[in-house]
Design a protein around this ligand. Structure first.
Ligand code: ADP
Ligand code: MG
Ligand code: ZN
Length: 506
């Protein structure tokens, strides 16, 4: 977005996120809720909408929906189901059972990692549709030679989370989705996999003159399937609307499609109004009225949410205000669920900043494996590094080897071949250090090596003494080479500075 446009216009974004609930069975029947099975194998008269079949509400889905509501600080209320009528081949009943005027959760909020709060208008329960695959080059209906329908997804439980129009740029929308994703995972409602469609995002975008109170007309961009696409789609759409208005035209309210290949949004259809759907109360289901005890149980049973976990780790690691490097590390660790590695290390006396850094960088780079590494093993490594037993380089190498061990144990082989090992993998960093010959580098050996290098590089040493910090890395590199990576970079720098101070104090 260029400067002129950014200062003359405000962008307004509200998001609708569909979250598939992590249940064993569908919302109104006993068919399995599972991704990736052969098409049309998980179906029955209920989810195919055959005459005479009756829906039975899945209690676990209600439980998870209320957990989402509680985690988003919503009112949890008696609710009822409606039929939303429309025709589409992926919807065998020709109506979708959804919640309309009485959603189970409303009026909540979500706190972004920046501290800003985004309002949640409602989070209601509904059933998913089937999936249509258009056969042809574009993958879209235009130009397709035929289309295939898979009803396995029809009737899978969803919660649709509707935000208030509180976001003001694409990056903020991205932060909202990643925060929401962490919350959904933390409360056990979803696996959060955007690539498998467990989380699907529709973005409502409008623009208005900077500072104006009145909102502009919005367009809804459907089914954006990654965070990267979300940012691109919102930025493109905002610029498109600005260009339209600046050329004297008006924005029409419509539903648009984002094309991954050219980064543009195009019209799908003009916006439906709710009366187009002929909503009416679902006659085959009663009002859903969870009792107070159930709701209380949900609220008190929720594990700590990401904002609380960030505050905890941030306090322990001395992370500064949002946006600072350490706060970003804290956000990374929490969003990946690696908090336990850090907390456990601190509990066993490890250096908090060191634990945070190893978790947010080296462990986070292989999060799938790091999540399965026992926190005790990680903590042991952090203690070894913190006490100077091993250097930073060696510590990273050992962590890499530990994660390899995890990969072997849990069997990351493809598909059904993989073993179903669950729980944490214990690794022994001390044993790995011994096997690799990472011996303890004692202080006198390190000093000796530094003295030799100073002696054979007098010019560089002179520059260092006269305050040229740029040669520091030269010395660290030389010492590393001489000690074959056994020395710790930070100790080398500290020793070099101490030597310089000694000289100057004479
Ligand atoms: P619909 O069913 O028409 O999509 P919803 O109530 O489900 O309506 O969702 C409306 C979404 O659009 C909400 O997320 C809301 O925040 C957002 N929204 C409403 N007005 C605007 C606007 N002017 N600009 C951007 N987003 C908006
Ligand atoms: Mg909507
Ligand atoms: Zn079924």
């Amino acid at each position: 977005m260029n400067q002129v446009q950014a200062t003359k216009w405000d962008i307004v974004v509200g998001l609708e996120v569909h979250c598939e609930l992590d249940t064993n069975t569908k919302l109104f029947c006993g068919c399995p809720n599972s991704f990736g099975d052969d098409p049309n194998t998980n179906v029955c008269p209920v989810c195919l909408g055959l005459p005479g079949s009756l829906p039975v509400l899945n209690a676990r889905a209600v439980d998870l929906a209320m957990r989402i509501g509680a985690a988003l600080h919503c009112d949890i209320r008696p609710s009822r189901f409606h039929r939303k009528n429309y025709f589409y081949p992926d919807m065998p009943k020709d109506y979708q059972i959804s919640q309309y005027d009485a959603p189970i959760n409303c009026d909540g909020w979500l706190e972004l990692s920046s501290g800003k709060r985004v309002g949640i208008e409602r989070a209601h329960i509904e059933e998913d549709t089937g999936k249509t695959t258009h056969i042809g080059e574009s993958g879209r209906i235009q130009g397709a030679t035929s289309s295939l329908v898979d009803y396995n997804r029809a009737g899978v439980p969803l919660v649709e989370i509707v935000s208030a129009p509180d976001m003001n740029c694409a990056e903020e929308a991205k932060d909202y989705v990643s925060e929401l994703r962490s919350i959904l995972i933390a409360c056990g409602a979803s696996d959060g996999k955007m690539e498998e469609g467990s989380l699907r995002v529709d973005a409502n975008v409008s623009v208005k003159p900077a500072g104006s109170r009145e909102f502009g007309t919005r367009c809804e961009i459907k089914n954006v399937n990654s965070l990267k696409s979300l940012v691109r789609a919102i930025e493109y759409e905002a610029l498109r609307q600005i260009a339209l208005i600046e050329s004297g035209e008006v924005v029409r309210q419509e539903t648009r499609h984002f094309n991954e290949n050219d980064g543009k949004t195009t019209t799908m259809r003009s916006k439906e109004d709710s009366h187009d759907y002929r909503y009416f109360p679902e006659p085959d289901l009663v009002v859903l009225s969870p009792d107070e005890a159930w709701i209380e149980g949900i609220r008190s049973g929720l594990p700590p949410m990401p904002a609380e976990r960030r505050a905890l780790i941030g306090a322990k690691c001395g992370a500064k205000e949002p946006g600072s490097p350490s706060a970003n590390q804290v956000a990374t660790v929490v969003s990946l669920g690696l908090d336990n590695l850090v907390l456990r290390s601190i509990e066993s006396g490890g250096d908090p900043k060191l634990a945070l850094s190893r978790a947010a960088n080296e462990a986070a780079a292989r999060e799938d494996l790091a999540l399965r590494l026992s926190p005790a093993s990680f903590a042991k490594l952090i203690s070894m590094e913190g006490s100077g037993k091993i250097s930073a380089t060696q510590s990273k190498t050992i962590l890499g080897a530990m994660l390899e061990e995890v990969a072997e144990q849990i069997g990351t082989g493809s598909g059904t071949e993989s073993t179903s090992f669950s729980g944490f993998v214990e690794c022994d960093p001390e044993k790995i250090a011994q096997e690799r010959g990472f011996e303890q580098m004692d202080a006198s050996a390190l000093l000796g090596s530094i003295d030799e290098i100073i002696a054979s590089n007098p010019d560089e040493w002179q520059r260092f003494v006269s305050g040229d910090e740029k040669v520091t890395q030269f010395f660290v590199g030389q010492v590393m080479r001489a000690t074959r990576g056994q020395a710790d970079g930070k100790s080398v720098i500290a020793l070099l500075r101490a030597k310089k101070d000694d000289l100057q104090n004479i």
